[in-house]
Design a protein around this ligand. Structure first.
Ligand code: URA
Length: 210
């Protein structure tokens, strides 16, 4: 897996030009068995022009009911952390490696993740975030490398196709283990600093002083 350049329309209609268009086709997806066992496809939420994007694992029960990612307990915690770090929920985008809830919230198989990844790739290609945050192992393995362990690489910047990537713990892990809160907060401080530095750099480049 890893970030690929592919916005090709699966039905041979050229390239997708908007997230809404991808969403419409994605909602009809039946490419793997997960769709048979869930209520609906959970595409994503947030700003289609976000400079900061979060990627989780896959929908849980609440997400499956509401049709939106990260709206259960872990999602509420994620929203809180995002806001505490100085971002508004309106400026970010949140998605998942798989768009359909795995039965009993099990971890998606490598095959399921591989089958679903093209949707996420198309989302990333259109949103073109500057920074992407991988929440937990499944996101790290899908976006960066299937052999990576979150415990080993969290807090360290990576880069793919011009996008800066920060791996951190999944918010559900923080609900199970309070000791992970501090490192996640450190990661979010790095994310905020980089976000502001990139914005400032663009500002200066776009408006030369002399
Ligand atoms: N966990 C995830 O990884 N994604 C969601 O959307 C909800 C919980």
């Amino acid at each position: 897996m890893g970030i690929a350049k592919d916005t090709a329309h699966p039905e041979g209609q050229g390239q997708y030009t908007s997230l809404a268009e991808i969403r419409e086709v994605c909602l009809q997806c039946r490419k793997c068995k997960l769709r048979q066992g869930c209520r609906q496809v959970v595409f994503g939420r947030g700003n289609p022009e976000a400079r900061l994007m979060f990627v989780g694992e896959g929908p849980g029960e609440q997400e499956d009911i509401q049709g939106l990612p990260f709206v259960g307990k872990a999602g509420q915690l994620l929203d809180k952390i995002i806001e505490a770090a100085g971002f508004s929920l309106e400026e970010v985008y949140i998605g998942n490696i798989v768009k359909c809830r795995p039965p009993g919230n099990r971890v998606p198989t490598l095959e399921e993740a591989r089958t679903c990844m093209p949707w996420l790739m198309k989302q990333i290609q259109l949103i073109r975030p500057k920074i992407m945050v991988c929440l937990g192992s499944t996101a790290v393995q899908g976006i960066l490398d299937p052999s990576l362990r979150i415990t080993k690489i969290r807090g360290r910047w990576a880069e793919r196709n011009g996008i800066l990537i920060m791996p951190t713990y999944h918010p559900a892990a923080l609900l199970r283990d309070e000791s992970k809160k501090r490192p996640v907060w450190e990661d979010f401080k790095q994310i905020r600093k980089m976000y502001l530095a990139l914005a400032e750099r663009e500002c200066t480049a776009g408006n030369p002083i002399v």
